[in-house]
Ligand binder design. Structure first.
Ligand code: C2E
Ligand code: CA
Ligand code: CA
Ligand code: CA
Length: 278
């Protein structure tokens, strides 16, 4: 009786089971990574175009996998988001970033750490309390940290997100809108967000040096953001020609491989020193 279509049924359950096994395995591996301290933060410097110094670094997570080596966040952060692991990983990132900020503060290093907060984390009621508790525990001034959020995260739950971001900003934490230019939100709506900085996505920066229309869009965005009182960070800057144009447009910060790839903390501090000495 089960002949017709039965084969398909079996095929799909097999496939589903392997898929479920794979998911379970990855979940366990990530939990194991958390308890066994396999995660690390690397830091990518942002060059302040007005001062010529590095005063902010973005914390980016890495996974030191026992067999696969250094695993990049694209391989596990989206997975963690959709499988209920992002809160725990996000908490680890927050604690580690604030602990690092405390070290810099103690060593007299004038460097703010910028921390990626995923959409799921922003939806959590406990986020603010968790950030405050970390700052207090490590004795870190709120102005030494920034959080980076994407427009999708805010638009998902506008009222609450706004409120949470306002609270953080009242404390002195700065807020950056990440990946600007990749979403579909209404521009005028975006410009009303409770934030301090706007990070122009690499896709907007690519090609500004050789495509007049891309350059026109970028310069328009930068001027608009600055006129509204936001600082502008250009992401994914790889070429000197881009820097010239971005300076001309009034961009405040540049981040990208031209300055440096994300680095482990000691290398980052050496680079910061080299820029201070210039
Ligand atoms: P993002 O927040 O947009 O971070 C910028 C990404 O672009 C980083 O990749 C960085 O290494 C890369 N990048 C920077 N400059 C250049 C450049 O000049 N050229 C090119 N080709 N790439 C550049 P990474 O570290 O692989 O991170 C990827 C994404 O993973 C991040 O994108 C962010 O969305 C997510 N992520 C990383 N760390 C965390 C974290 O701690 N928490 C959360 N929630 N997400 C994280
Ligand atoms: Ca970011
Ligand atoms: Ca970004
Ligand atoms: Ca991104």
């Amino acid at each position: 009786a089960k002949s017709k279509g039965g084969g398909h049924y079996c095929f799909f359950t097999e496939k589903m089971r392997t898929n479920a096994d794979r998911i379970l395995k990855k979940e366990l591996e990530l939990r194991h990574a958390l308890t066994n301290r396999q995660f690390a933060l690397h830091f990518q410097p942002q060059l302040n175009l007005r001062t010529g110094r590095i005063d902010t670094a973005e914390a980016l997570i890495r996974w030191n996998h026992p067999t696969r080596g250094l695993v990049m966040p694209g391989d596990f952060i989206p997975f963690a988001e959709s499988h209920g692991l992002i809160d725990e990983i996000g908490d680890w990132v927050m604690t580690e970033a604030v602990r690092t900020a405390a070290q810099w503060q103690e060593q007299g290093v004038r460097l703010k750490v910028s921390i990626n907060v995923s959409p799921k984390q922003l939806q959590r009621v406990e986020l603010i309390a968790m950030i405050r508790a970390n700052l207090e525990h490590y004795g870190v001034a709120p102005s030494r940290i920034e959080i980076e959020i994407t427009e999708a995260a805010i638009m998902r739950d506008e009222g609450h997100s706004f409120e949470r971001l306002e609270k953080l900003r009242d404390d002195g934490v700065t807020v950056a809108l990440d990946d600007f230019g990749t979403g579909y939100s209404n521009l005028s709506q975006l410009m009303l967000l409770p934030m301090d900085r706007l990070k122009l996505d690499k896709s907007l920066i690519d090609g500004i040096a050789n495509d007049q229309r891309k350059w026109t869009i970028a310069i328009g965005m930068i001027r608009l953001a600055r006129d509204l009182g936001f600082q502008v960070v250009a992401e994914g800057v790889e070429l000197p020609e881009q820097v010239e144009l971005l300076e001309e447009a009034g961009c405040d910060f540049i981040q990208g491989y031209l300055i440096s790839k994300p680095l482990p903390q000691p290398e980052l501090l050496a680079l910061v020193d080299a820029f201070q000495a210039k």
